[in-house]
Design a protein around this ligand. Structure first.
Ligand SMILES: *Cc1c(COP(=O)(O)O)cnc(C)c1O
Length: 294
């Protein structure tokens, strides 16, 4: 394994709760994994980048929206590993203005080449004909799907769980495509419950997760998407500001803010068993957001 992915131990911190409900909350600081490839995107890229290196292709192609943490992470990993990267970006209108977008500006500085496509064309991103067309345009590449989720990614996210995590009763994480929670579920112990907090509306997520796990000790908490992907309100921003003030830990309003908001809400409603221990995964995702809230 390339050195880039060799250091993968991060601290776990206890979170002081503003109310005493007989539960304890801990947070795994996956956001500290790497300064440029943080959190679950590091985990999801590890075995994909290894496979790309072994396949001896000179480039990796992937898909994402204009603010995608996965696009940013892939570009940075490509630069650090000496693999060229191509980002197929949703939204033709982004083409003219992408240098005003911090995610794409950084990805370009990391050497990523872009292809901007319409939202309609983007829906075909898994079609073999479309992928063949991309190969004609760019030459051979290793394909990483949107959000980075595939078998290799789940193998990587399984490594978030450490053997001492057997002590927890609940493991909680934010859900986008489901690759991260699938890895957590696979490595969880049967006495544990894994709770996923989707950051978007959509009832397709449970089926996506089932593609990568056979276990059934998990549920999705559907009440905390705040209107959909990348949508948020003043209440969530206030929560994130208070959390930063009380713990020193920065959350983002797309994923981890919604996760911790949801956990706090469930704790207040006494939805976790008395005296239980909860582990929340801080999946990172602070690129492009850091500056705004600090
Ligand atoms: C991408 C992302 C997620 C979603 O992960 P999935 O594996 O797609 O479910 C969660 N948190 C952060 C910070 C992310 O960047």
């Amino acid at each position: 394994m390339h050195d880039l992915f060799s250091n993968d131990i991060v601290p776990t911190e206890k979170v002081k709760l503003p109310f005493a409900n007989g539960v304890e909350l801990f947070i795994r600081r996956e956001d500290l994994l790497h300064p440029e490839i943080s959190g679950n995107k590091f985990r999801k890229l590890k075995y994909n980048m290894q496979a790309a290196l072994q396949a001896n292709v000179k480039q990796v192609l992937t898909f994402g929206g204009a603010y995608s943490n996965h696009i940013a992470a892939t570009a940075a990993a490509g630069r650090l590993l000496g693999i060229e990267t191509i980002g197929v970006i949703r939204g033709e209108e982004v083409a003219g203005v992408y240098r005003e977008n911090p995610t794409l500006k950084k990805a370009e500085a990391d050497g990523m080449r872009f292809k901007f496509i319409t939202r309609t064309a983007y829906r075909n991103k898994e079609d073999l004909a479309f992928l063949a067309e991309l190969k004609r345009e760019f030459g051979d590449f290793y394909l990483v799907p949107e959000g980075g989720t595939n078998e290799e990614a789940v193998r990587g996210t399984e490594e978030i769980i450490q053997h001492q995590d057997v002590q927890y009763d609940y493991i909680c994480c934010a859900v986008g495509t489901g690759g991260t929670i699938a890895g957590l579920i696979n490595r969880s112990w049967d006495h544990q419950q894994v709770y996923g907090f989707p950051a978007l509306k959509g009832d397709f997520l449970a089926d996506e997760i089932k593609k990568y796990t056979q276990k059934e000790n998990w549920t999705l908490q559907l009440a905390y998407h705040f209107g959909g992907y990348a949508k948020y309100n003043a209440e969530l921003l206030q929560f994130i500001a208070d959390f930063k003030q009380n713990t020193g830990i920065l959350l983002d309003p797309i994923y981890t803010g919604k996760l911790l908001f949801g956990i706090f809400d469930l704790i207040e409603q006494n939805k976790f068993a008395q005296n239980s221990k909860i582990l929340a995964i801080h999946t990172g995702g602070l690129q492009g957001w850091n500056e705004k809230i600090k």
